[in-house]
Design a protein around this ligand. Structure first.
Ligand SMILES: [Zn+2]
Length: 77
């Protein structure tokens, strides 16, 4: 009887996995929009890059502070 439960579990897991993969592939086009800030800093999209004056690493222009060393930029507002 336990064996049946195991088989049913594997079967349901397979179906769930199928839908997860299908969903992921369908949304792959919007990958760059869904990417988190951590992933975005390394992406090679067309976001302008700037170089941190403290650690000299490049990251997206629109960061209020450096994601690498947490150096805060002075806002001119
Ligand atoms: Zn930095």
């Amino acid at each position: 009887m336990e064996l049946l439960i195991v088989f049913v579990s594997i079967f349901l897991s397979s179906i769930a996995l199928y839908y997860i993969i299908k969903y992921a592939v369908r949304n792959g086009i919007n990958e760059s929009m869904l990417a988190s800030d951590e992933q975005r800093e390394e992406s090679d999209d067309d976001t302008p890059q700037k170089e941190c004056p403290q650690c000299e690493k490049a990251h997206d222009f629109d960061y209020p502070k450096c994601p690498h060393c947490a150096h805060e930029y002075e806002t001119l507002k």
